[in-house]
Design a protein around this ligand. Sequence first.
Ligand code: ADP
Ligand code: MG
Length: 259
Amino acid sequence: MAKIIAIANQKGGVGKTTSAVNLAASMAATKRKVLLVDLDPQGNATMGSGVDKYDVEFSTYDLLVEETPLEKIIITETAGGFHLIAGNGDITAAEVKMMEMYGRELRLKNALAKIKDSYDYIFIDCPPSLNMLTVNAMAAADSVIVPMQCEYYALEGLTALMDTITQLAKVVNPDLKIEGILRTMYDPRNRLANDVSEQLKHHFGDKVYRTVIPRNVRLAEAPSFGAPVMYYDKSSSGAKAYLALAGEMLRRSNKTKAA
Ligand code: ADP
Ligand code: MG
């Protein structure tokens, strides 16, 4: 059965989408069956997977609102070797429509329950806000990966985010766990980044991934090429970092299974 992981941080521009796309591709490269759900109306994860968000017949909207059969919604051909449920501007309408629906917090969870058995990992790329879409992701997920930049105020924001996740979990998903905290766009020459990184490890211990995602221009370029970075420049530091992250996640989950 798939592990469902939401990639969330209410802050924009911290590397959620980059992490969702490249982690999905890296996991798929290890022969795991992976589904990526684009829950952001910006549809950046969709474009970054080599799928034109303007040209899809179905999207997460249809998953959440119309209950369209999943075999119609799931896109099996992406540039990353994973399956995709596309996101685009239609999702904004889904958020509005869901507000008047019964069990609105659980729409995504119930939809994904039907296909959980077909995958090893389901990643959800969340929008940069705490709206009904993010609540749906938190309700559906087994755990959350929080990407963050090691900059001033980052810890403050992170503590606030952790509180929010805990509060939300109490209501919609008491079993929700923090999968890990991921340091993104990391520049080891930056002293502040190193300081924040140390504080992070001090506060959150093992929850902080050992793998660090460096600032790497290839990661920013890859979406315009319509592919995850490992298929754009496989020797780049960004490609190696996301492969290392997938490896670290797999080792961690083996450890918990053995324990
Ligand atoms: P979010 O989904 O949290 O808003 P994105 O993943 O879209 O964040 O990243 C924001 C911007 O930073 C994008 O332009 C992306 O290409 C760029 N970016 C993300 N991670 C890196 C990185 N490690 N190195 C360089 N640029 C990055
Ligand atoms: Mg994003």
